[in-house]
Design a protein around this ligand. Structure first.
Ligand code: AMP
Length: 299
């Protein structure tokens, strides 16, 4: 089954203590779509400007990503720039040029409206609502977010939580939303806001799921060297949704395994700048890391 993914499609300029890489393919939807494409057909909804390099369109196509929902508008592609500190955990945004993203209104082609799996990747909550308004009874809807929307669009985000099945956020965002220091108390509070499944990401410490079957502690793959963690969260949730859409049976029976697959795709994302490493991964390499994680956590 296919996964519909809406989010940002961007050019990212990324600076780490070791290197600087301008205008890489980035954006929440790009990372999530490539990650999901390892497991399922993907329908992408986003916007780019007429400056968007053709090679990036070709890259999407190489991953079999359906681009009927990608608008190409006169103007500049959304450009984001970030700089990491030495430990690669702390990041600050240097620049956000919205370009064509400023007036973006997602329009779903007819063929997308019946997509069973929907990932509302990081984008303004009003746009996430707008996509849901165009959908016919999706089977499973997951949303991601970022601190910016908690700061400037909290009402829209809180309303969105009542319309989705799963919500994915990182630990600092969970704290910002609930004012809880304890992650398990935060999970409980977020359930009360609507979603049946809540996943809190903890960067290189993995993630925690809370759902009808209880908690699941999902490890991050142990990487000795991180090159660029940009998009790891998007790769995690994209890989998870792609796996879910490919797995027969109930969501509850597949979600833990789906998270492990998301975690493995995210590990490859961290090993290169932008999507450089992720796009070179093979299914066999993914399967090998899934097996390693299985062995690492069995006792
Ligand atoms: P992550 O590392 O998972 O937080 O995601 C990084 C991605 O988020 C980058 O590829 C950026 O292009 C994208 N991004 C940064 N700021 C925004 C924003 N305001 N809205 C949507 N996407 C953004």
């Amino acid at each position: 089954m296919s996964v519909l993914i809406v989010g940002s499609t961007a050019l990212d300029s990324i600076k780490t203590p070791k290197a600087e890489n301008p205008r890489l393919l980035g954006g929440s939807a790009s990372h999530a779509a490539v990650a999901a494409s390892f497991f399922s057909p993907v329908q992408l909804v986003g916007v780019v400007g007429d400056d968007f390099p053709k090679k990036y369109l070709q890259l999407y196509r190489r991953h079999g990503i359906d681009l009927a929902g990608l608008q190409i508008k006169p103007g500049k592609t959304f450009h984001w720039s970030g700089e990491y500190e030495v430990n690669l955990n702390n990041r600050r945004t240097l620049l956000t040029e919205l370009g064509v993203f400023e007036t973006f209104s997602p329009v779903l082609p007819k063929a997308y409206q019946a997509a069973p799996y929907v990932l509302l990747a990081n984008i303004a909550p009003a746009l996430q609502h707008h996509v849901l308004n165009q959908m016919r009874r999706p089977k499973f809807v997951v949303a991601d977010t970022m601190d910016l929307w908690l700061n400037i669009a909290l009402d829209d985000l809180v309303k969105l939580l009542k319309r989705i099945d799963g919500f994915v956020l990182n630990d600092s965002e969970a704290h910002q939303l609930t004012r809880e220091d304890n992650v398990f108390a935060a999970l409980k509070q977020i359930h009360k806001m609507g979603p049946k499944y809540v996943i809190i990401k903890k960067g290189s410490h993995g993630s925690i799921l809370s759902g009808p079957k209880g908690f699941f502690i999902c490890p991050a793959y142990p990487l000795p060297k991180v090159v660029d963690p940009t998009g790891a969260g998007d790769s995690f949730v994209g890989g998870m949704m792609g796996y879910l859409a490919s797995a027969p049976g109930a969501i509850d029976n597949n979600l833990r395994r789906a998270m492990i697959h998301g975690s493995v795709v995210a590990s490859f994302c961290c090993e290169g700048f932008g999507l450089n490493r992720t796009t070179k991964v093979t299914r066999a390499r993914l399967a090998q890391r899934v097996k390693e994680l299985e062995q690492l956590t069995r006792f």
